[in-house]
Design a binder for this molecule. Structure first.
Ligand SMILES: [Zn+2]
Length: 182
């Protein structure tokens, strides 16, 4: 499992662009022990998706150290492209807080969000995205960074990527192998 050792002196490998997008390859993400339980839950969600034959992606939203929403990809079940884990989690969290603004909330996700979800995360005013694995398509990845940029109307979203690379790869790999063998 690609767990980053806690207590390790992690230097901020941040590429701070002029547009104030904070993209951390191995950023100073604070206490990884604390973050592990949130990632565990996100991977639990991804496993649920996998068992249902969905692309295994899971997401949780955390506020004040507590999980307020968890979700997994349900695109096949709902036969609709909008049912990404991140979007379902945003809907659940908004309902729970009674507010579309998810202030002081963070998202933990097993795979870097797609462009659609990145835009929704920004619209929802989520502060930080903690992602287990970055998208290996650099073009998509750069699109995401552009979407998360600061602009006049919205606040900044920080993206912390590649925090659980092995586990992130494993769940996707298993899924694609098992669907190929069907
Ligand atoms: Zn998405």
């Amino acid at each position: 499992m690609g767990v980053i050792e806690s207590g390790q002196d992690r230097k901020i490998a941040a590429l701070k662009s002029s547009s104030h997008v904070h993209f951390f390859i191995f950023g100073d993400v604070g206490n990884m022990d604390e973050r592990k339980k949130f990632f565990d839950k996100a991977f639990e969600e991804a496993t649920k998706a996998k068992k249902k034959g969905e692309i295994p992606v899971g997401a949780v939203i955390v506020k004040d150290g507590k999980i307020i929403a968890k979700a997994h990809n349900l695109k096949e079940k709902n036969k609709c492209s909008l049912y990404h884990a991140e979007l379902i989690a945003i809907m659940k969290a908004s309902k729970k807080l009674g507010n579309w603004r998810l202030i002081d909330c963070d998202m933990y996700v097993t795979l870097e969000p797609c462009e659609m979800c990145a835009a929704a995360i920004k619209q929802a005013r989520i502060g930080n995205i903690f992602s287990a694995l970055s998208n290996d398509d650099k073009k998509i990845h750069n699109n995401i960074l552009n979407i998360l940029k600061v602009d006049k109307s919205n606040s900044q979203v920080n993206l912390y990527n590649d925090l659980y690379i092995e586990q992130g790869r494993e769940i996707l790999k298993d899924f694609f192998i098992s669907t190929r063998n069907k």
